[in-house]
Design a protein around this ligand. Structure first.
Ligand SMILES: *Cc1c(COP(=O)(O)O)cnc(C)c1O
Length: 410
């Protein structure tokens, strides 16, 4: 990697970026340009250890040779899109692979997490209506959940700050308390169609579901004829050390959604379910133009191949333990760390301080060469590539320590 002197100063470009960008965003003031593995570089040649990985998206890190090669080959074939009116080989192979690795029999391919969740919500409602002939349409979701920004997924997201000013929400979503089965039972009624949850709440602050809670939810679903939808947009595809986070608990959902890590950086999402549940859709019930395109599905297949070939599920489990050990050691020295939690390489470090304090730590870490972000206010979130090494973790934790000392002087 050789740095070329930029033609326009980065500060100027950042200013243009800020003034032309949607008012919804506030990026850190660096322009990322190239990367290899767990490291990325900005256009001024500064290098960063990337423990954010595009928010749990770049599962293989940056520039993984297999991903680059497969995508290049697919581009060179000249076919990047054919519509859902035709098959392509990577689309077929991806569907087959997702079915082999999960409980599901069928796959609806799309382009993002929110879109996968919209498909899940529509399928659950239509299955209850059309296949079972019930009047059920309500979906129970959980406080601090995050399911996306389009109206259905946003209505499922039980966080008032994301609804503010956008009301009215889509009717038919009721909210219960995470890890509290009594609160769920209290909300089940004649119109309840499904329960939808994240196995680890990601954006809400890296909060894992208790395995006992998940089992109780599954029992409740079976008892009441409800569908269980797991949103594995952040936890799926190896992030937690299993292919899917539901596999840790032994609880099998009826519908699962995927996106983030699935394409290793290329936008692709999926909603998967059993044959039985897919009876809820028929030809024309639902569609998306770009879904299953050969470029996105080639990327996803490459990600699945590399996870298998490089034994990354085992690496995630081992590196999660190493990270936890290092953070525990740090917590013994640094009283501003209250708690650490998570599953696999989706880890949260809870800071004794405000959301602004946490953001100051993120900024100090970036200046010291580490990328991460916050989730749910005062929680530092770490979602590094699944390929990281113990040495990367040691380096990152040393930077976190220095960043906390700098941002929150004792
Ligand atoms: C990121 C995320 C989404 C939304 O995905 P987009 O691709 O941004 O639409 C949905 N659910 C969970 C659990 C997520 O982490």
């Amino acid at each position: 990697m050789t740095a070329v002197a930029p033609a326009r100063p980065s500060d100027d470009l950042v200013a243009v970026g800020r003034s032309t960008m949607s008012t919804t965003y506030n990026p850190q003031p660096i322009i990322l340009q190239d990367g290899r593995g767990v490291r990325v570089r900005d256009r001024d040649g500064r290098q960063y250890l990337d423990f954010l990985a595009g928010i749990a998206v770049c599962a293989l890190g940056h520039g993984h040779p297999t991903l680059v090669q497969r995508l290049t080959e697919q581009l060179q074939r000249g076919v990047t899109h054919v519509s859902n009116g035709f098959f392509t080989e990577p689309q077929i192979l991806l569907q087959e692979r997702l079915v082999q690795r999960s409980f599901a029999d069928r796959v609806f391919l799309c382009n993002s997490g929110t879109e996968a969740n919209e498909a899940a919500i529509k399928l659950a409602r239509r299955y209850q209506r059309v296949v079972r002939g019930t009047p059920r349409f309500e979906i129970i979701t959980f406080d601090a959940s995050f399911h996306g920004r389009t109206y259905g997924a946003l209505s499922a997201t039980a966080q008032p700050k994301y609804h503010a000013g956008f009301e009215p929400m889509v009717p038919g979503f009721v909210h219960a308390t995470f890890n509290d089965i009594d609160s769920v039972r209290a909300r089940v009624g004649a119109h309840t169609a499904a329960i939808m949850l994240e196995v680890v709440q990601g954006e809400g602050g890296v909060r894992p579901a208790d395995p006992a809670f998940l089992r109780a939810v599954r029992e409740l679903c079976d008892e009441q004829g409800l569908l269980l939808i797991v949103d594995e947009v952040q936890t799926g595809i190896g992030r937690t050390g299993e292919w899917f986070a539901y596999q840790h608990s032994g609880v099998t959902p009826d519908i699962m959604t995927l996106a983030k890590g699935l394409g290793g950086g290329v936008p692709v999402g999926a909603m998967v379910a059993t044959d039985e549940i897919f009876r809820g859709f028929e030809r024309g019930s639902h569609a998306t133009t770009f879904g299953g395109n050969p470029l996105a599905t080639t990327a996803a297949l490459a990600v699945l191949d590399v996870i298998e070939d490089e034994g990354l599920l085992a690496n995630v489990s081992a590196m999660a333990r190493h990270f936890e050990t290092r953070i525990d050691e740090l917590r013994a020295r640094q009283s501003r760390i209250l708690e650490t939690r998570g599953l696999g390489l989706l880890r949260g470090v809870v800071i004794d301080g405000t959301a602004d304090d946490a953001l100051r730590i993120v900024s100090a870490a970036r200046q010291r060469g580490l990328l991460m972000n916050t989730a749910g206010g005062n929680v530092l979130r770490f979602v590094p590539p699944l390929t990281i090494t113990a040495q990367d973790i040691d380096e990152a934790v040393a930077i976190v320590e220095a960043a906390i000392d700098e941002a929150l002087p004792r």
